[in-house]
Design a binder for this molecule. Structure first.
Ligand code: ADP
Length: 499
């Protein structure tokens, strides 16, 4: 009986493939980067064929290095960069244009124009989202209106749209399956999170033909089988989810009140809210979470633009450190920040502040301030920002935060994790398997393959590496948060004030 699972993790800068065994332990990994295209300022594109080629190559390489073949695989699970938009020809499988990546801002003006006709509350109630170039809808419209003949061909049913999951499913199955899952569909602005279906009113508002859209199937269940890759021929595809939701699932956050933060370039937070969507009054997103067939699950989502990127900036622009890991001993060489607060609003501030005009600032400098104080204040700033988002999430959700699970590059930093626990007043748990996104895809596929009977069986495969328990008093932390909020207030609106 085949006992291995293959997870494909298609990210923004690289494609990865990881083989997991039935205990949820990674056995082999392969990774390939692919080119990023920046045709104009603010534009970001990928060649969809590069995405496919690198994903296919890493899958074959991971099987080779695990010394197994397709026969040993119970199933394949797929997770992916979200929102990135591909439109292709149904007859040839050829993309009509490059993929427009989630970071791409070319449709900012189009969004501003649409905002006059589409009420924000109406949109948020249906989709859980804000009208923003980040999401797929206006990227699709751009392709239909800028690629000659595309709109007419879309109306005739000759073209297919997909986020990266649907594009890869189409390729893996040799064009037999055109499908996506709710966690990806819900990033398009075309999906009604309450009905779990594409929404005709939304399609009409954005002028997008329904004939373009993939079928929406549950995240854990059949998406066909691989036919187009020799090494994987016949392997059933049984799990699909967007990367952040896959990470929430891979962190075994199945109960309302459980949350995860991924500490990468930015920080991505999801709080599981159970079978009812929580509408945000604080500028957060409401999104489906991974669920088994017949059960809807929801999460609140918030992100911090500058997380680990602040440490990169200390390293590359200020040359305080040679590598990211050095920030921890540097920060630990002083007992506190010496009263320094660092507001990393390099690109404005996101949730819950939403101030595009805030700019980075440092407060409380004295003659005694050293690199070490600044490094420590930078780490604390990452945690303060996450604390603001999580506080907003708790105000929106009925459930108190019970525990926080962490992953991503900067979760290696123990000083940061300890400060995060102190601030939040809840334990911060770092798992042994740091590849939680891929593990989430493997979990979804393994559940449908009956490798595991149910989600509670998965919870036993999630193993903790280290727990950081709160050590400082709530009063002390509340006083620190008040100072941080004062610093945020004084950074607000800087860009307009300077004009
Ligand atoms: P991404 O997927 O966004 O590229 P990763 O999960 O690979 O991010 O994490 C990389 C980020 O983590 C970088 O921004 C880096 O500065 C930060 N980072 C890595 N190690 C540490 C560390 N020990 N302390 C603080 N930040 C770190």
């Amino acid at each position: 009986m085949p006992r291995y699972l293959l997870a494909l993790d298609q990210g923004t800068t690289s494609s990865r493939a990881i083989v997991f065994d039935e205990s949820g332990a990674p056995v082999a990994t392969a990774q390939r980067e692919f080119p990023q295209h920046f045709p104009q300022p603010g534009w970001v594109e990928h060649d969809p064929l590069d995405i496919w080629q690198t994903q296919r190559d890493t899958a074959a390489e991971a099987l080779r290095s695990a010394k197994i073949s397709a026969r040993d695989l119970a199933a394949l699970g797929l997770t992916n960069q979200r929102e990135t938009t591909v439109v292709w020809d149904r007859a040839t499988g050829q993309p009509i244009y490059n993929a427009i990546v989630w970071q791409d801002r070319r449709t900012a003006d189009a969004c501003a124009a649409l905002a006059k006709d589409i009420p924000a509350d109406w949109l948020r109630a249906r989709t859980g989202l804000r009208l923003d170039p980040y999401f797929s809808a206006t990227k699709i419209v751009w392709l239909l209106d800028h690629v000659p003949g595309a709109r007419a061909r879309a109306e005739r049913g000759e073209l297919a749209f997909g986020t990266v999951d649907a594009w890869l499913l189409w390729q893996l199955t040799g064009g037999r399956v055109h499908a996506t899952d709710p966690t990806n569909a819900a990033r398009t602005l075309l999906f009604n999170i309450h009905s779990g279906q594409w929404d005709d009113d939304l399609l009409a508002r954005f002028r997008i033909p329904r004939a373009l859209l993939p079928e929406v199937r549950p995240s854990s269940g059949s998406f066909g089988e691989v036919s187009a890759v020799d090494e994987l021929r016949g392997v059933p595809i049984l799990g699909v989810a967007g990367d952040q939701q896959a990470a929430l699932f891979g962190q075994a956050c199945f109960q309302p009140g459980q949350a995860k933060i991924t500490y990468g370039t930015g920080c991505f937070m999801l709080l599981q809210t159970g079978d009812q969507p929580a509408e945000s009054r604080h500028g957060l997103l409401t999104t489906p979470a991974c669920a088994l067939a017949g059960r809807a699950q929801f999460a609140l989502e918030g992100s911090v633009f500058i997380g680990g990127a602040l440490i990169q900036w200390l390293r590359d622009s200020l040359q305080f450190i040679k590598n990211a890991a050095e920030v921890e001993p540097l920060a630990a060489s002083v007992p506190d920040t010496g009263g320094v607060y660092f507001v990393p609003a390099f690109a404005g501030l996101g949730a819950p502040h939403w101030d595009a005009y805030a700019r980075g600032s440092v407060f409380g400098l004295t003659r005694g301030t050293t690199k070490a104080h600044l490094a420590r204040a930078a780490l604390e700033a990452i945690a303060f920002q996450n604390n603001d988002v999580l506080e907003a999430m708790q105000a929106d959700a009925a459930h108190p935060l019970r525990e926080l699970r962490v992953d991503g590059g900067a979760s290696a930093n123990a000083l940061l994790m300890q400060f995060q626990a102190d601030l939040l007043g809840v334990p911060v748990e770092r798992p042994r398997v740091s590849e939680t996104t891929a593990l989430g895809a493997a979990f979804l596929a393994g559940l449908a393959a009956k490798i595991w009977p149910d989600a509670s069986a998965l919870a036993t495969h999630w193993q903790v590496d280290r727990v950081f328990t709160p050590q400082r008093s709530r009063d002390e932390m509340a006083a620190r948060v008040r100072r941080w909020r004062e610093a945020v207030k004084r950074s607000a609106g800087w860009e307009t004030n300077s004009a």
